[in-house]
Design a protein around this ligand. Structure first.
Ligand SMILES: Nc1ncnc2c1ncn2[C@@H]1O[C@H](COP(=O)(O)OP(=O)(O)O)[C@@H](O)[C@H]1O
Ligand SMILES: [Mg+2]
Length: 311
């Protein structure tokens, strides 16, 4: 299988139009470099005016995009129409996972725990907003519905700070989530090809796992074998596995979880196109299981080709 894929032209799609463009370029460079090193035939292309033209010159697409247009089902739909196999989840799973409000509703429907929260549309404020929020006490965590990399996120300790935090989040989306701030340990759980892969605990020096904490070296401590009791580990694993099933993910994904002091796993979100630089969390988790970065990238591309053959 691997050898026959080496004859295919692989297009690594990176960059894109979301606020996470910079990160996507890093993922794209890491993936393209790795595939070349393993002897694959690789071109890199962007989501620009030459997109449709570029599709004519590839046989399979490695999607290295994050955020809007890349992680949300739109690119997946275009590739389906052109009949090009691609890595990762399909249209519906991508769209659902990208929409934090909709995926939260689904998680809750199927009995998974998520932080109590409400969805707010741009323009909703004053008494109307206070009524919607009356069952949840501060501190709150505010985040744009469909963004990533903690862009537009913030903590609100007192009611008076709410408006400013909301205005900041509304810069990135017309819908925002106000959640109860959950105190606990942050566990990020990877799944690969239908099975749980393992987890890492992130301990940011910042008050939460912010953009800076994510992308500035030394701002976060990563515990690759976190001290979890068997019950805690199982709780996180079961939540991640079920979340993947509910959304219908394929390929590689990462479920962001907060494990509360009482040992409950609260799902924050599910990422269908997690970062894949050599320093990203999923490669770190894979590495801990003896799966090298090159091998992980090869497994992902192989999964895309197998998926297409099964259709
Ligand atoms: N309800 C919450 N309580 C406490 N911290 C939160 C909560 N929601 C998000 N966070 C923090 O913000 C970070 C980003 O939130 P997340 O939902 O994963 O969005 P994204 O990573 O897509 O920006 C998390 O990794 C966590 O540190
Ligand atoms: Mg996250």
């Amino acid at each position: 299988m691997r050898e026959s894929i080496k004859n295919l032209r692989i297009g690594v799609l990176a960059g894109g139009r979301s606020a996470e463009r910079e990160i996507s370029i890093k993922t794209g460079n890491a993936v393209a470099g790795s595939l070349k090193e393993s002897g694959y035939n690789v071109v890199t292309f962007d989501l620009d005016e030459n997109f449709a033209e570029n599709l004519k010159n590839i046989d399979v697409c490695f999607i290295a995009l994050h955020g809007t247009y890349g992680e949300d089902g739109r690119v997946q739909g275009a590739l389906d129409i052109f009949g090009i196999p691609y890595t990762g989840s399909g249209v519906l799973a991508s769209a659902l996972a990208m929409d934090k409000i909709k995926s939260k509703a689904l998680f809750n429907f199927y009995g998974l725990k998520t932080p109590p929260g409400i969805a707010v549309k741009i323009g909703e404020k004053g008494e109307f907003l206070r009524k919607k929020l009356k069952h949840i006490e501060p501190p709150y965590f505010i985040k744009p519905n469909a963004s990533g990399s903690s862009i537009g996120c913030g903590i609100v300790n007192r009611e008076e700070e709410l408006e400013e935090a909301l205005n900041n989040a509304f810069k990135y989306d017309d819908e925002v989530l106000i959640e109860k701030y959950i105190k606990g340990r942050e566990i990020q759980f990877a799944a690969a090809f239908g099975k749980p892969l393992g987890c890492v605990e992130v301990k940011p020096k910042d008050i939460f796992y912010s953009y800076d904490a994510k992308y500035t070296k030394g701002r976060t401590e990563y515990l690759i074998n976190p001290e979890l009791t068997k019950e805690e580990y199982d709780e996180c694993e079961a939540a991640a596995v079920k979340a993947n099933e509910i959304i219908g993910c394929r390929g590689v994904s990462r479920t962001d979880i907060i494990l509360s002091g009482e040992g409950a796993a609260y799902i924050l979100e599910l990422n269908t196109l997690p970062g894949l630089t050599e320093l990203s969390l999923v490669p770190m988790i894979a590495g801990n299981k003896g799966i090298s970065f090159n091998r992980l990238v090869e497994d992902i591309i192989e999964d895309a080709v197998i998926k297409k053959e099964k259709q």
